[in-house]
Design a protein around this ligand. Structure first.
Ligand SMILES: *Cc1c(COP(=O)(O)O)cnc(C)c1O
Ligand code: SF4
Length: 366
């Protein structure tokens, strides 16, 4: 054969060099971010959040007289919805999956057999005030008692936040515990929502955590990038970026439906990735909201498109006031099996439930 073999021009030694040249022409990995919000925008956004039902219904063009069932907010867990989240809801739709997460039904106040105030055993796991140590390698600090939104299915809606530490001495006990806790290499910041703290307080907390050499990972469990994306502002990103210089920063966001991931949230997530955080999502399986395979698949696709890995799909915790959201575990398992047929393995969340006293979350799907 006279034709020249392709391999004649193959020069393996040059490969790495060429590769490097090619890579140098690839644009910076992430697209330029939309202008980030001003530092104090999020606090202003909280001032204008919906705290009463009537204005929210008016904004959504819903007539209270047309409600499909009786509404009534539990005075201990009033309605709270930032405008950024309400803006993602469909107008005139009582069954909107985002509205259903925040709409207080009169049914919430009826006691339901098997639904209690501390279904997941938080109180016995509280080793010092504000610190839950359930699992060997990680401990959870409840740094804030506030959230930007009140999710009606919240597993901590009955938690006695009033008893959380307030003064410095109380928090010192938690830091002392963490300094000597055998085998703990990760601190989870939760609450409430940890990003509801202002940057000054977050900086102190990050400094305290940074002084513990055994702690390798700092994890935030937060719904703010979704419901109050203006919280992801330059000051916070700077704090995270500097903490990420010598620790892993993991951010577990909380979205239950693809429609929650709006344009501002998408920018906030890009900014968080840019600051060096690993992004995961946890969702709760909610009847009438996401208990459908295509809805869950859309959520996973929307998360992956934004660089967020679906982590947990939680079976609802049996907390008083949440029974109307419950779906059976059998149904949950069917949904996971359907998801496996639709999605790559990495986009199928782990379906788990929390059993009080167990050494980790309990997997429900085979
Ligand atoms: C859920 C939870 C964690 C985290 O569990 P992972 O399986 O690591 O995500 C840690 N501490 C407490 C108290 C929890 O409830
Ligand atoms: S954001 Fe989380 S902790 Fe806050 S109300 Fe919703 S579910 Fe509860």
């Amino acid at each position: 054969m006279g034709s020249r073999c392709e391999s004649d021009s193959y020069k393996p030694r040059n490969w790495a060099q060429n590769y490097r040249k090619t890579m140098a022409t690839v644009p910076a990995a992430r697209p330029p971010l939309a202008a980030l919000p001003e530092a104090n925008t999020w606090q202003k956004d909280m001032q204008t959040a919906f705290r009463r039902l009537d204005p929210l219904l008016r904004y959504l063009e819903l007539d209270p007289a047309g409600a499909p069932e009786a509404l009534a907010a539990d005075p201990d867990f009033p309605i709270l919805v930032p405008l950024a989240f309400a803006a993602l809801m469909g107008k005139g739709d009582w069954h909107d999956p985002l509205l259903a997460q925040v709409l207080p039904l009169a049914r919430e106040t009826l006691p339901t057999a098997g639904f209690t105030s501390d279904a997941v055993g938080d109180l016995p796991a509280q080793v010092v005030p504000g610190l839950l140590h359930k699992y060997a390698s990680r401990a959870l600090l409840m740094v804030s008692h506030q959230c930007a939104v009140h999710c009606r299915y919240c597993f901590r809606r009955e938690f006695p936040y009033g008893d959380l530490p307030r003064g410095k001495e109380d928090w010192d006990r938690a830091w002392e515990y963490l300094a000597t806790a055998e085998g703990v290499d990760e601190i989870l910041f939760s609450g409430g929502d940890p990003l509801f703290l202002d940057n000054r307080r977050l900086e102190k907390i990050l400094a305290s955590a940074g002084a513990l050499p055994a702690i390798r990972t700092l994890r935030f469990h937060t719904r703010l990038p979704v419901v109050l994306p203006s919280r992801i502002e330059p000051g916070l990103l700077e704090l995270l970026r500097s903490a990420a210089a010598d620790r892993s920063i993991v951010m577990v966001i909380h979205a239950n439906h693809a429609r929650e991931l709006g344009a501002e949230c998408t920018d906030a997530l890009a900014a968080l990735r840019n600051a060096g955080a690993l992004l995961l999502n946890q969702a709760v399986l909610l009847k009438g909201i996401n208990d459908d395979a295509e809805t869950l698949a859309d959520l996973s696709r929307a998360l992956i498109a934004r660089g967020v890995l679906p982590y947990y799909l939680h079976q609802l915790d049996k907390v008083q006031g949440t029974a109307h959201f419950e779906t059976t575990e059998a149904r949950g398992n069917e949904l996971i099996a359907e998801l496996r047929g639709k999605l790559p393995g990495y986009a199928v969340p782990r379906y788990v439930r929390e059993i009080a006293g167990a050494p980790h979350k309990t997997p429900l799907s085979a």
